[in-house]
Design a protein around this ligand. Structure first.
Ligand SMILES: Nc1nc2c(ncn2[C@@H]2O[C@H](COP(=O)(O)OP(=O)(O)OP(=O)(O)O)[C@@H](O)[C@H]2O)c(=O)[nH]1
Ligand SMILES: [Mg+2]
Length: 425
């Protein structure tokens, strides 16, 4: 709904920071221009995190700011100075926000508990400065590695409040009044329909225990097809453990309470089987109004066998203790709220971990990157088996074909870490 202030679904764009480029420089003294490489590494780009924060109520702020970019790493300096790392970006969302990748619609995370942090996109690695490419053979590498570039991604944030009990019913039946009496929540209460425009959460204390109730806007006939406001909020109570169905038993608004009850249950069923199958406790409200008595009898006669029914007057605070006790006892028989399944290890990783780049340096093809770092750690130059492994890896990982694409010919020199060889096809 475009004009309401509560926002529970938004699209945002995120991007982790690019890595800063490594520096290519040489130490210079007076009269001695190039004494040795001294270019420092570029800084790493900042990462993007999402954090669940109980003080954030909805996704409204994302309607105004929809781009969240972490800082880029700075370029490395001379004198072996590291470039500064880019700052991380923390995106604070309400507890219960489901994060999806907009392109694939996959669930990346369910921000389930307050303070929970999820790494969404890692910053690009800073490039190495030329000093880092000094090897036994190459004393003066005249190139530096570029920083790793990152891509933007579009996310969908969708709020599904986490509560134990969802309070449902027609508009104006006293749902918010009930919540205000059983918890410390202070929802707006007024004598007209659709007073509540967004979910209100309240913590209900029961001796040393507590549970959370969510009061949502009133439902009307056709809600499952989008009539009224309630439809937008049905998905919020989809992940509650049970429902408190409030019925105006006085009939002051001219509707039949039995009819109300049947209609709401039909809407639930039409919306989703899951909602319809949640356990329900029924609160017949406004019992203080004259004329309620005969409706109570009729209601109990019709539904008393199938449902647990409690008579209350929310305004007067009558019958609420028994109601809270019944809710608590029912909850203690039900499984906890479930997280929406997601890929726990998901982050937008940049190109595979073992990448490489090729630089021309003084007529030599120099291969650098994390693939090379790995090979340097694992290959023993004097061992023939180890060298065979080395050759297989550089072929399999496409290093040779990349070199050929760059124009490498027979007899050209290639430098990979500590290994320098002449290319023979
Ligand atoms: N007489 C009487 N009036 C009540 C009782 N409970 C609530 N009311 C009144 O009913 C009106 C509606 O109450 P709300 O709590 O705002 O109702 P709601 O179901 O949250 O309404 P929406 O948010 O519009 O769907 C208010 O004027 C309340 O004072 C009750 O037990 N007895
Ligand atoms: Mg209300």
């Amino acid at each position: 709904m475009a004009d309401r202030n509560f926002t529970d679904k938004v699209k945002i764009t995120i991007k982790s920071g690019d890595g800063g480029d490594g520096m290519n420089s040489f130490k210079a003294y007076k009269g001695k221009p190039a004494c040795g490489p001294d270019g420092g590494d570029g800084g790493d780009g900042g990462s993007v995190y999402i954090q669940a924060d109980a003080s954030v109520n909805d996704l409204l702020s994302f309607r105004y700011v929809s781009k969240y970019f972490a800082g880029n790493g700075e370029r490395g300096g001379t004198n072996k100075c590291y470039g500064k790392s880019g700052s991380d970006c923390y995106i604070k969302v309400p507890v219960g926000t489901i994060v999806k990748d907009a392109e694939t619609d996959t669930v990346i995370a369910d921000m389930f508990s307050d303070g929970e942090v999820k790494l969404i996109a890692e910053g690009g690695r800073g490039g190495k400065g030329n000093v880092r490419f000094t090897t036994a053979r190459r004393h003066a590498p005249n190139f530096a590695q570029k920083g790793e570039k990152t891509q933007p991604h579009v996310l969908i944030l969708e709020l599904k409040v986490i509560a134990d009990v969802g309070i449902i019913g027609f508009p104006n039946v006293g749902k918010s009044t009930s919540l205000s009496k059983i918890s410390a929540a202070k929802p707006k209460i007024a004598d007209y329909h659709f007073t509540t425009l967004s979910p209100n959460l309240g913590v209900v204390r029961y001796y040393d225990n507590s549970f959370v109730c969510a009061d949502i806007p009133g439902l009307i006939e056709g809600a499952a097809d989008g009539a009224g406001l309630g439809h937008d909020f049905l998905r919020h109570i989809e992940r509650t453990r049970m429902l408190l169905h409030v019925v105006d038993i006085s009939g002051v608004e001219g509707r039949d309470p039995i009819d109300d009850f049947i209609k709401i249950n039909e809407e639930l069923k039409r919306y989703s089987e899951k909602l319809a199958s949640l356990p329900q406790i029924v609160a017949l409200n406004k019992c203080d109004i004259v004329g309620a008595e005969k409706n109570i009898t009729a209601f109990k006669r019709k539904f008393g066998k199938k449902f647990n029914i409690y008579c209350i007057s929310a305004v007067k605070g009558e019958g609420l203790e028994e109601l809270v006790k019944a809710l608590f006892e029912k909850l203690s028989t039900l499984p906890p709220v479930q997280r929406v399944p997601s890929d726990e290890n998901f982050t937008y990783r940049k190109s595979g971990n073992l990448g490489f780049e090729i630089y021309m340096d003084d007529g030599v093809y120099v291969v650098v990157g994390s693939l090379v770092d790995m090979l340097c750690r694992n290959v023993v130059l004097s061992d023939p088996d180890s060298m065979a492994y080395f050759q297989k890896i550089i072929r399999d990982k496409g290093v040779i074909s990349a070199l050929l694409d760059m124009g490498m010919k027979e007899g050209d020199t290639v430098s990979i870490g500590d290994v320098e060889f002449e290319y023979i096809p």
